[in-house]
Design a protein around this ligand. Structure first.
Ligand code: CUA
Length: 345
């Protein structure tokens, strides 16, 4: 008896922090009970509805069970009234669950249609800007996301800028293994499957930065394959898009020019592209406007000169097993490359 009491207390001690973590741990970051995007709100609403119904059924059934157990377990309680063959009761307990399940079916179907079909679907084959919706291709790589804005003709990586209040139709692809595009506050998960285009949509109705995470195990750095969605007013978005489309500025200072020379003559161009230059690699992220990006390396590092220098010094130390090898750069080369990359604006 004593031992059992102790273990129950231990169980509570372990459970309580776990529950606290579950409820509060994700405060302010990626969490699923959001109504920022209409389809995230639909998902939240059905989650709440299902939980309420499930809890109500649980409480009623358990209450009856406990009542019967205690009421008829007393030594002199006597036998309970027998109801075998009572048609009314049998019809009631057949019809009641059927009605509950039918309601859940209708609500689930409604939600499924709502989150599956974009309110402003992109019409394939037309190429041009689709009505008021923004079209984005999200392409999974081990271990980063490529974001292609086909209607604006530029690509970027890891950070996805979108206008507030605009439907974003995302076409999800992969170049290697199965990944999954998931920004919990904006929408549910959609897998990125090689050789296939999966579609999803979201609409950020509130400005801000939303964090996402690859949600399908895809190798050593799966956990560090993140997404940063920045929702901003449409004029800010258009200004950002214009900057992305503009040609890269000429390097003016000696340090950056040296960095450019190192980049263009070294191994860098084998994997990276910079529009308008000889760098046309496709293995790694296109670095055309790297200096404008908020983060890099699968959105795990803020884009600061210190972080870029640490990355260049040994990418394998920062993100083991990623595709970029340690190039054995000298400190001088690193400083020059950092200057060049940060000036790619
Ligand atoms: Cu990509 Cu997990």
């Amino acid at each position: 008896m004593h031992a059992r009491k102790m273990s129950a207390r231990k169980g509570v001690l372990i459970l309580l922090p776990a529950i606290a973590l579950l409820l509060g741990g994700c405060e302010g970051t990626s969490w699923v009970t959001s109504n920022v995007s209409p389809n995230a709100a639909m998902t939240r609403d059905i989650t709440v509805l299902l939980t309420v119904i499930a809890v109500a059924v649980f409480v009623v059934v358990e209450a009856l069970l406990l009542y019967a157990a205690f009421r008829f377990s007393r030594p002199r309680a006597g036998e309970a009234q027998q109801t075998e063959g009572n048609q009314r009761i049998e019809i009631a307990w057949t019809v009641a669950p059927a009605v509950v399940l039918f309601i859940l079916f209708v609500v689930s179907l409604q939600t499924l249609m709502g989150v599956s079909y974009s309110p402003e679907p992109a019409r394939s084959g037309e190429g041009a800007f689709q009505g008021n919706a923004l079209r984005v291709r999200a392409i999974g790589h081990q271990w980063w996301w490529e974001f292609d804005y086909p209607d604006y003709a530029f690509v970027t990586a890891n950070v996805l800028h979108v206008p507030i209040g605009t439907v974003v139709n995302v076409e999800i692809e992969s170049v290697d293994v199965i990944h999954s595009f998931w920004v919990p506050q904006l929408a549910g998960k959609t897998d990125a499957i090689p050789g296939q285009v999966n579609r999803m949509w979201f609409q950020a109705n509130l400005g801000g930065t939303y964090l996402g995470q690859c949600a399908e195990f895809c190798g050593a750095q799966h956990a560090d394959m993140r997404i940063q969605v920045i929702a901003e007013p449409s004029d800010a978005f258009e200004a950002w898009a214009k900057e992305q489309q503009a040609p890269v500025a000429q390097m003016t200072d000696a340090q950056s020019k040296q960095g450019e020379a190192t980049f263009m003559t070294g191994a860098c161009i084998g994997c990276h592209a910079i529009n308008g230059t000889n760098a046309k690699g496709t293995m790694g992220p296109n670095l055309t406007k790297f200096g404008l990006r908020e983060s890099f390396a699968g959105a795990i590092l803020p884009n600061t000169p210190e972080n870029v220098a640490a990355w260049l010094a040994n990418p394998q130390k920062v993100k083991p097993a990623n595709q970029m090898p340690n190039l054995g750069l000298s400190q001088e080369q690193i400083d020059q490359l950092v200057a060049y990359l940060e000036n790619l604006k």
